[in-house]
Design a binder for this molecule. Structure first.
Ligand code: CTP
Ligand code: MG
Length: 388
């Protein structure tokens, strides 16, 4: 049984009213259409998006899909364009889904497939809870009996050949205003089954729907990830430091020598930033703050660490632990370790108990042993959800 899914994303979102069509807006850090595509991709081998190719490719990167095809003026036109593009793939079943519906509740697709054994079409639907009124010119003209009414959702599932035929016939007849696909089968007198829909299957339509969707999205599990960082800075030649201070882990240390570097050369902070970027798999400090940029000359490295901490927050994660080891013969670090821990905890906005600073010498061996520079290594543990 070959199953394809159409993801219709060619609407302009006029009721939502944003500059960007609503299906490309970000929901919980991920484009709305990407949530929908992921939910479908778990069930189908063929995913056919309909809409602006550049926007769709950007949003669906890494999710296998067929090349997007342009949509039409109405949703019905867009679905027909997608169905015609699927013809060469000859699917048995097609699921038609709104890109503006990021949540497909568990069980919906399985129930639709089962229902297709007895009917050429099946849709998820939910009962109507509110009393319904017909209104004209701001006045109620009638109360509509709601007992036999349901609200239709997507994905809607069909025998591919039947839906294709229904769309071609409707197009030939010049009708293009159906807002769902079941309507075309209904018009042709074909059976469409109903399976239970879900209240979380919200179609992003109005701005306030974004908040409802945020609440309805299942939370992704946070996983522990460990990153490591390493950095070295050379001491400036004796007597050339001028008034440049020696700054280690955000603390100015009285010392007769200072470190060379484009920024303030805080080797401990740089190693810790790289550990955090590493835990997030987001490159390194040089990617975020290129040394070629004049803006970072003599920069206070505190802003680099604040940025790294901000990236954890932006990913919805937390820093559970950071450990920095400074490697040098001099200055002696231990007298300053407590102040360094306090400063790092402040910059990272975590309790001091989550931050460790320690030091070692290299027994006078190597460049640190000869006092040519200071090295630092760091490890950071973060809890963060897998990237989308
Ligand atoms: N859609 C489409 N092509 C159209 C119109 C709509 O592919 N010409 C898609 C939308 O992108 C959406 C789904 O059909 O994923 C449901 O339509 P709707 O919620 O009405 O979205 P919009 O038409 O974009 O919104 P509005 O009606 O407020 O303009
Ligand atoms: Mg519309």
């Amino acid at each position: 049984m070959r199953i394809a899914a159409l993801l219709v994303a060619a609407g302009s979102g006029s009721r939502f009213g944003a500059d960007t069509p609503k299906q490309f807006l970000t929901l919980a850090g991920t484009p709305v259409i990407r949530h929908a595509a992921r939910a479908l991709a778990a069930h189908v081998a063929l995913l056919q998006p309909v809409g602006d190719a550049a926007a769709i490719e950007a949003a669906l990167e890494g999710i296998p899909h067929l090349p997007p095809v342009p949509g039409g003026v109405t949703r019905q036109d867009s679905v027909r364009a997608g169905l015609e593009a699927l013809v060469p793939h000859a699917p048995d079943i097609v699921l038609v889904h709104d890109a503006a519906r990021p949540i497909i509740p568990d069980g919906t697709i399985a129930a639709l497939r089962t229902a297709l054994a007895d009917a050429p079409g099946a849709i998820p639907a939910v009962p109507v809870a509110d009393t319904l009124k017909r209104v004209a010119a701001g006045r109620i003209t009638a109360t509509v009996a709601r007992a036999d009414l349901v609200r239709a959702q997507t994905p809607q599932a069909f025998h591919f050949a039947v839906l294709l035929e229904a769309h071609r016939a409707a197009h030939a007849a010049g009708a293009a205003t159906a807002t769902d696909d079941a309507a075309l089968l209904e018009a042709a007198g074909l059976a469409v089954a109903i399976v239970p829909g879900g209240e979380d299957n919200i179609k992003l339509t109005w701005p306030e729907d974004l908040m409802r969707l945020e609440r309805a999205l299942p939370a992704l599990p946070l996983l522990p990830r460990v990153g490591t960082g390493f950095d070295v800075h050379a001491f400036l030649p004796a007597g050339t430091a001028g008034d440049r201070p020696l700054v280690l882990c955000g603390v100015t240390i009285p010392h007769e020598r200072a470190l060379a570097g484009h920024s303030d050369a805080d080797v401990g902070l740089h190693a810790l930033c790289d550990a955090i970027y590493g835990a997030l798999a987001e490159g390194d400090i040089g990617r975020h703050f290129p040394p070629s940029e004049a803006a970072w000359k003599d920069a206070d490295s505190a802003r680099f660490l604040r940025h790294a901490a901000g990236r954890i927050a932006a990913r919805g994660g937390i820093l559970t632990h950071a450990d920095v080891t400074l490697i040098c013969e001099r200055p002696k670090i231990t007298p300053h370790a407590a102040a360094m821990r306090a400063r790092l905890a402040e910059l990272l906005d975590v309790p001091i108990g989550r931050v460790s600073v320690k030091a070692t010498t290299t027994e006078r061996l190597g460049f640190t042993g000869r006092g040519e520079g200071i090295a630092a290594q760091a490890a950071a543990t973060v809890m963060v959800a897998d990237p989308n």
